[in-house]
Ligand binder design. Sequence first.
Ligand code: ZN
Length: 274
Amino acid sequence: MSSASLDNLAIHTITTKPWAIETAATKFAAAGVKGITVWRDTLNGRDIAKTGQLLRDQGLSIVSLCRGGFFPGATAADRAKALDDNRKAIAEAHALGAPLIVLVCGAVPGQPLTESRKQIQDGIAALLPDCTAANVKLAIEPLHPMYADSRSAVNTLGQANDMVEAIKSPLIGVAADVYHLWWDPALEQEIARCGRLKALFAYHVCDWRTPTIDLLNDRGLMGEGCIPLRQIRSWVEAAGFKGFNEVEVFSNRLWAMDQDEYLKRIVSAYSAHV
Ligand code: ZN
C-alpha cells in the first residue's frame, strides 16, 4: 500500500504541546499540514471564535476538539457535573467551528465496568439535543484496556460499535486510535462494521514502543514501534473512511526536543510509515 497523502495529514495540538496554539497553527501550515485537532487546554484565556478563524486563515481544517467524556460518576451529582462539562465542550466546539468532539468516556475505579458503560451510554444519549442544536458530532474513542480503571470503560472497537448501534444517531460515531486498538484480533472486522454503521468519524495514528516506560506519555512517533500502520489504514480506507490521518503523540521524550526539528520528523514519519 502506498504512503498516505499529505493532504490528509492532521496534527493534534498536544503532539507539539510546548507550542501555543497560534505558534502551532503557523508552523503546521508552513509545513504543509492541512488539519488540526484542538485540545481544550490550548484555548484557555482565548476568544474561541477568533481562534477558530485564525486557524482557518492559516488554511487549516479544524478536525475535532479534544476532549469530552468522563461520564461515569459514583453519585448522580458527579454525573450531572460531567454532563455540564460536556455541554460546555459542545458550546466550545460550536464557537471554534469544530464539527466533532472526541470522547474519552471515563470510568470510576472500583465501579463495575458494565455500570460505567451504562452511564456512558446514558450520558451520550442525554447530550443528543445539545449536539443537534450546535451541529456538533461526538466520537467515542475506545481506549486500551490498561486505562479501564479510570479513563475509559470502553476498551474495544466492538464495544464502541455496540454503543453506536444502541444510541442510533447519525451524530454519534467512533474515533479509532491505533495506539488503543492495534492488538485487537477483531480489529479488521470491527473497522468494517464501523464503516457499515457509517460511524467511523476519526482516525488517530502514532506508534507503540517496546518497552513502554510511561502508561500515558511514552507514545512513539510512527515507525518507532510495532503497530502495523499501513495494514490498519488499508482496513480504515476499505471501510470508506476519507478523513484526516491525525498524528496524536503524547511523549515526554519528544516534547523535550526542539519542536521545529520534531515537526520535520513528524512529516517524514507520516510519509514513510502511515
Ligand atoms: Zn486518540
